[in-house]
Ligand binder design. Structure first.
Ligand code: AHG
Ligand code: MN
Ligand code: MN
Length: 335
C-alpha cells in the first residue's frame, strides 16, 4: 500500500517557489483536483449513471459534443468559479471566455482547459483525460477578455492533465520538473507515485494517425517512411506504432517509456493549420513534455514561444523524445 505525499502537500510546497503566491495557488489547484475526481467518477460509472452518448450540440470547432464533454465542462466551471482564485476561464467546449459569475470574488489567475480529451474514446471504454493550463491574469485586468488569455506557453504558471485510464492519474508541472500522482479511490486522494518523470531522449515508438498520410507535407512523409522501412531503410532500426486517439494517453505513455507523438498539418481541410488546439492542448502538454526533458514543436518552431492569435487556434504538434523530435525538425529545415 502506498502512503506517500498527497497532492495537496506537494502543491503547498511547490507554491513557495512561485513568486507572489499567497495560498491562492494551492487552493486553486485543489479545486482543479476536485474537478478531476468528479470527472473520473462520471467516466468510471459510465452507462450506470447515463453519461455516455452524443449530445445534440456542436462546439465552436464544429465537432459534435459528447454528453460527457458537456458534463465535464460543467464540472470544471462549477468546481473553479466560486473560490476567488480565477479572473476567468476558457474551454474547448465554449465559444468565448467564461466570466466568473458576479456573486463570486475574482482572483489573479486565468485557466484554460480541455475538459475531456479523446472523447471519441468514451463510448468504447478507452482512455480519456482532462488538460489544463494556468496563467497569470494581466495586472489591472478584472474582466478578462480573449486577448488576456493569448499569452505564449512560456508564460504558463502551471500545466497538468488527468488521465482516466485503468488508474486515474494526475500529472503536473509548475516549471520545476514533472510529477505524477495516482488516485487512491479508497482514500479519495491523489498520492505522489511518479516523482521527477523524465522522457528518454531516444525511442523506437511513434504515434500518428496513419489514415491521414496522403495529406501530410513532404518532411512528415519522409520521417514516417523511414520509420516504416525500419532496418531496411536509412534508420537501420525497427519502429513500433501506437495510436490511442487521446493525446492525454499518448503523452502519458511518452512520459513513461519515451516515444514521439505527431498530429502534423495536413491538406485535408486547408482552413485548419492542424487538428490540436494551441491554448488548451499543445501549450500545456508542451510545458509538461519540455519539463520532462522532451521537445514540443510544430516542426518549424517551438510551440511554447508561439504568440497565440485565437482561443481556439489550431497548430501542428510534434512532441516527445528529444532526438526524434529534433530529427523531424531537421527534415522540415531540409525541405
Ligand atoms: P478532443 O476529444 O478534445 O476533441 O481531442 C481529441 C484529439 C486528441 O486527443 C487526439 O490525439 C486526436 O484528437 C485524435 O484524432 P483522430 O480522431 O484524428 O485520430
Ligand atoms: Mn482534446
Ligand atoms: Mn475535448
Amino acid at each position: 500500500m502506498h502512503t506517500g505525499e498527497t497532492i495537496t502537500q506537494f502543491i503547498s510546497k511547490e507554491q513557495r517557489r512561485i513568486s507572489g503566491a499567497s495560498g491562492d495557488f494551492t487552493a486553486l489547484l485543489n479545486d482543479v483536483v476536485t474537478a478531476c475526481k468528479y470527472i473520473s467518477s462520471a467516466v468510471n460509472q459510465g452507462a450506470l449513471v447515463g453519461v455516455l452518448g452524443t449530445a445534440s450540440s456542436e462546439n465552436i470547432q464544429g465537432e459534435t459534443q459528447k454528453e460527457l464533454d458537456i458534463i465535464s465542462n460543467d464540472i470544471f466551471l462549477k468546481s473553479n468559479e466560486w473560490a476567488g482564485h480565477l479572473a476567468g476561464m476558457a474551454s474547448e467546449e465554449m465559444d468565448d471566455v467564461y466570466e466568473i459569475p458576479s456573486e463570486y470574488p475574482k482572483g489573479k489567475y486565468l485557466m484554460l482547459f480541455d475538459p475531456l480529451d479523446g472523447s471519441s474514446n468514451i463510448d468504447v471504454n478507452l482512455s480519456v483525460g482532462s488538460i489544463f493550463s494556468i496563467l497569470h491574469c494581466p495586472s489591472g485586468v478584472t474582466d478578462p477578455k480573449a486577448k488576456d488569455f493569448l499569452q505564449p506557453g512560456t508564460k504558463q504558471v502551471c500545466a497538468g492533465f488527468a488521465l482516466y485510464g485503468p488508474s486515474t492519474m494526475l500529472v503536473l508541472t509548475t516549471g520545476n520538473g514533472v510529477s505524477g500522482f495516482t488516485l487512491d479511490q479508497n482514500v479519495g486522494e491523489f498520492l505522489l507515485t511518479h516523482p521527477n518523470m523524465k522522457i528518454p531522449a531516444d525511442t523506437q515508438e511513434f504515434a500518428i494517425n496513419m489514415s491521414n498520410q496522403r495529406f501530410w507535407e513532404a518532411p512528415m512523409q519522409r520521417y514516417i517512411d523511414e520509420c516504416l522501412a525500419g532496418t531496411t531503410g536509412a534508420r537501420d532500426k525497427d519502429f513500433n506504432m501506437r495510436w490511442v486517439a487521446s493525446m492525454v494517453a499518448e503523452v502519458y505513455r511518452i512520459l513513461t517509456r519515451g516515444g514521439i507523438f505527431m498530429y502534423p498539418a495536413d491538406t485535408k481541410d486547408p482552413s485548419k493549420a492542424g487538428k490540436l488546439r494551441l491554448m488548451y492542448e499543445a501549450n500545456p502538454m508542451g510545458f509538461i513534455v519540455e519539463q520532462a526533458g522532451g521537445l514540443c514543436s510544430t516542426g518549424r518552431e517551438r510551440i511554447l514561444e508561439i504568440q497565440p492569435e485565437g482561443l481556439h487556434q489550431r497548430i501542428p504538434v510534434i512532441l516527445g523524445s528529444q532526438n526524434e523530435v529534433e530529427r523531424v525538425i531537421s527534415y522540415h529545415r531540409d525541405a
